[in-house]
Design a binder for this molecule. Sequence first.
Ligand SMILES: [Fe+2]
Ligand SMILES: [Fe+2]
Length: 196
Amino acid sequence: MAEVKPSREEAFSLLKKYNKNEGLIKHALAVEAVLRYCARKRGQDEEKWGVIGLIHDLDYEQFPEQHCRKTEEILVCENWPKEYIRAVVSHGWGICTDVEPQNDLEKVLYAVDELTGLIAATALVRPSKSVMDMKAKSVKKKWKDKSFAAGVNRDIIEKGAEMLGMEVSELITDVIMGMRDVAEEIGLRGNPDVSG
Ligand SMILES: [Fe+2]
Ligand SMILES: [Fe+2]
């Protein structure tokens, strides 16, 4: 059977079929938005980047022990294109797979995945509870405090930025910009009028 390019709608219903946890859905939407932003910035295929971002943690709720491997299995059954599957699996490089990110899309996914978590956590402790008025500087402050959002692996983000030839602050700004596009949906619109 020929591989068909999955639509955003198909990807989202597949995501919801395997994930009921609201936090995981929000994470998927955040990563999707960031990938879309980065694709636009690079003149790349926004739909493709977005769909891959949306589906990247498909198996995480039900099969955390088989993370990435189970997603691969599901997407093969769903007849997804090989390049989409490879991109999704490569975000677990060095953690749960040995598929190394090679192209820009894969490197961006690898670099921004953990960063969306750090940015969300940083937004929630700000007076505005918002990403709308947030700057990279606030995230860099929290970056140094290893006990803050301790689950976020800073080494992976650094490695990802290095792969892309970017400064971490530049990467942080891109992630903030992407997350702003879905601030409402991911619960990070907050109240930017509240300053502090
Ligand atoms: Fe993951
Ligand atoms: Fe993720």
